[in-house]
Design a binder for this molecule. Structure first.
Ligand code: GRF
Length: 203
């Protein structure tokens, strides 16, 4: 089973996937990593792991449609079973989302449907929310609104800074994303017409 990972930055989630693969725990192989930013540290992580690393700077394209068209071309060279968004900070066009429907996963740093969008940690702290967490979901045209397949929660601690919260969130991301990817690649996790299922049971 073949996986393409899309990133924009540090790529710590990518690293967690690479590590899982190196322990034979990913259920497949990361065949390419693509970044819309040429200086993304995650590209170096891919390169160091012997994975094809492709920079596709979105600024070189006139429109979102043109960029996504180029992105699809690169992805299709690798014939993936699954496309994983791991800190990919571009909104994808409906054409892209439709093309990979049911085989496109994202990880978002909140307990969706709470806190879609950016700056989730700062908003959680500003609201004095007691709980925060991470969600893995199938991507649909509804931004951060696709069906959730896995979450990990944490209690916000008194005195948690944004930095501390980000670190606690990341630890959970790195724990659950490789599991979700593995379950998908093993055919256990699917997006059916009625929503996501695990081992045939509705989630
Ligand atoms: C993660 O917090 C992820 O949930 C969000 O972007 C961040 C990416 O971090 N979508 P990294 O690049 O994987 O370190």
């Amino acid at each position: 089973r073949r996986v393409v990972v899309l990133i924009s930055g540090n790529g710590s989630n990518l690293q967690a996937l690479i590590d899982a693969q190196s322990y034979d725990e990913l259920g497949g192989e990361i065949v390419a990593v693509i970044s819309n930013k040429a200086d993304a540290y995650g590209l170096k992580r891919a390169h160091d792991a012997g994975i094809e690393a492709v920079a596709l700077p979105h600024r070189e394209y006139d429109s979102r449609e043109a960029f996504d068209g180029a992105l699809i071309k690169v992805i299709e060279r690798h014939q993936p079973d699954l496309v994983v968004l791991a800190g990919f900070m571009r909104i994808l066009t409906p054409r892209f989302v439709q093309r990979y429907y049911g085989r496109l996963l994202n990880i978002h740093p909140s307990l969706l449907p709470a806190y879609p969008g950016l700056d989730t940690h700062a908003r959680v702290l500003a609201d004095g929310a007691e709980e925060h967490g991470v969600s893995v979901h199938f991507v649909t045209e509804d931004l951060d609104g696709g069906p959730v397949v896995m979450q990990a929660a944490l209690k916000v601690r008194r005195g948690d800074s944004e930095e501390r919260l980000v670190a606690r969130i990341h630890a959970r991301e790195h724990l659950i994303y490789p599991i979700a990817v593995r379950w998908f690649l093993e055919g256990r996790l699917q997006l059916g017409t009625e929503g996501p299922t695990l081992d045939g049971t509705a989630l």
